[in-house]
Write a protein that binds this ligand. Structure first.
Ligand code: NAD
Length: 489
């Protein structure tokens, strides 16, 4: 049988500064834009993970002893190279994930911003020192943990790995990245860019694979801390398994983000924000607005949302979803909602893009008269679909938001400062928007949800990352005991 040609060379693991061949099973990496075979990715076994951890352990003494001001010089170079290779990275993200090029480019811009935060860490990390008793000083320092791991999802092949890479490295740790097996090409390229930036071998390693590697990371005694970003189902497994093995873990999960829309909301801005939020990255964002709760008379806003949604052209300003299975799952949610009595105002089912017939597209979809008990109102659909629920009062709308098992983001659209403040106070979500469809905090503010959107303490970026990727050393020092004494001296 003839072997299909690959657009890119096979993806390899990256261990001790080298791309290494691995025997065993390989999976296809397929572009969801058109079904084209891009590459193959190894489904690594535990030996590969053990090798990567050993390499990272070997690199750790020297890397952690390098002053932070020197470590971040390499990240300055990395930032410059991300800028230099932006077009190439944009193309890779576009091809393997299926998002449109402007969205792919925004991911690289965000990775640059995340790196800029990390290079500022020398300004944020200094410890404290105080004479706590006569002749006795106490000082605190943030010390690296050792070898740590970061497990990432398919929907942001560049941004999400960079939520952790620059901070982990600046803070003096060595790491293993386990990218999503569906989008391994961008991470593969990032490894080469880090090497070009001057990162010593072994500090950063990639082990590709699936469940076995994720479980291996949770179990490996050489790995001190694990961050995970992905679905809630797997986040729970990773959090439980890692902490059961006495590791530090922060596991970010899925989401169902509510937009509460009041009748006084500014129509144009509200409609364009809602539409962009539900359809951006084909709805495959943990910050996507997938549930809108309209309070009172909001038909004029829904009309405008539909008008905006109809302007979106799949294949042009709307990318593909990740797989055939994802397309089928999303379309089933729409069909089930229709059967349950909801009204489809804009229907994105059965979308085919000319010339891209092998791709997986769902057009923008707006569904009205959804009720809170329907699956489409409760579950993470992860497609360009907006489910609209209606309530008579604001408190009913807040109750719907509060009943969600998730808690990533919630937004309110209104021109009333008082009502916006009321919603912001009552919403049960980690990231709140006021007249903002995608309320992602930008650096230096940290990213992280609540409830089943996040397991563990703190957030994944910003100053929270300093706490997560370091441990505090407290040193109490006395040099001249005879000088002055009291009960503590
Ligand atoms: P996923 O949970 O399927 O995969 C995430 C990672 O876990 C991948 O590296 C994958 O190889 C691994 N994995 C998958 N199944 C596993 C299993 N059974 N056991 C162990 N490991 C397993 O998530 P995904 O489909 O790649 O990404 C989409 C999800 O990620 C959505 O739910 C989205 O909301 C979420 N997400 C959340 C955030 C956030 O900040 N909260 C950000 C981005 C994406």
């Amino acid at each position: 049988m003839a072997t299909a040609t690959l657009k890119f060379p096979e993806v390899k693991n990256y261990i001790k500064g080298h791309f290494v061949d691995s025997s065993g099973e390989k999976m296809d990496v397929v572009s969801p834009l058109n079904g084209e075979l891009l590459s193959k990715v190894p489904v690594s076994d535990i030996d590969a993970l053990n090798n990567a951890v050993a390499a990272a352990q070997q690199a750790f003494p020297s890397w952690s002893a390098t002053p932070i001001k020197e470590r971040v010089q390499i990240l300055f170079n990395y930032r410059t190279l991300l800028q230099k290779y932006k077009a190439e990275l944009t193309e890779l993200i576009h091809l393997e994930n299926g998002k449109i090029k402007s969205e792919a480019e925004a991911e690289v811009d965000k990775a640059i911003e995340l790196t800029e935060f990390a290079v500022s860490l020398p300004q944020l990390i200094p410890g404290e020192i105080l004479e706590v008793s006569q002749g006795v000083d106490c000082k605190t320092e943030k010390i690296p943990l050792g070898v740590v791991a970061s497990i990432t999802p398919f929907n942001f092949p560049c941004m999400v790995p960079n939520w952790t890479i620059p901070n982990i490295l600046a803070l003096g740790n060595c790491m293993i990245l386990k990218p999503s097996e569906r989008v391994p090409l961008t991470a593969h390229r990032l490894a080469a860019i880090l090497k070009e930036a001057g990162l010593p071998d072994g500090v950063f390693n990639i082990v590709n694979g699936t469940k076995e590697i994720v479980e291996g990371i949770c179990d490996h005694p050489g790995i001190k801390a694990v961050s995970f970003v992905g679905s809630t189902k797997v986040a729970k497994i990773v959090y439980q398994r890692s902490t059961n093995n006495l590791k530090r873990c922060l596991a970010l999960g899925g989401a169902k983000n509510h937009l509460l829309v009041l009748p006084d909301a500014q129509v144009e801005m509200t409609a364009s924000n809602i539409t962009a939020s539900m359809s951006g990255c084909a709805g495959q964002r943990c910050m996507a607005a997938s549930a809108m709760v309209g309070v009172g008379e909001i038909d004029h806003i829904i009309e405008k949302v539909c008008e905006e949604a109809r302007k979106i052209v799949p294949g042009k300003n709307l990318g593909s979803v990740i797989s055939k299975e994802a397309k089928e799952r999303i379309e089933k949610y729409i069909t089930d909602a229709e059967k349950a009595g909801a009204k489809i105002l804009v229907d994105g089912r059965n979308t085919v893009v000319d010339g891209m017939e092998g791709g997986f597209y769902v057009g923008p979809t707006v569904i009205d008269h959804v009720t809170p008990d329907m699956a489409i109102a409760k579950d993470e659909v992860f497609g360009p679909v907006l489910a609209i629920m209606r309530t008579k009062t604001l408190d009913e709308a807040i109750a719907i938001e509060n009943n969600s098992t998730y808690g990533n983001a919630a937004s309110v659209f209104t021109q009333s400062g008082g009502l916006a403040k009321y919603v912001a106070e009552k919403a049960s979500a980690g990231m709140i928007g006021v007249n903002i469809g995608v309320p992602v905090p930008r650096e230096p503010f940290s990213f992280g949800g609540w409830n089943e959107s996040r397991f563990g303490a703190g957030d994944i970026t910003g100053k929270s990352a300093i706490e997560f990727w370091t441990q505090m050393k407290k040193t109490t020092i006395k040099w001249n005991p005879e000088a002055r004494t009291n009960w503590m001296s």
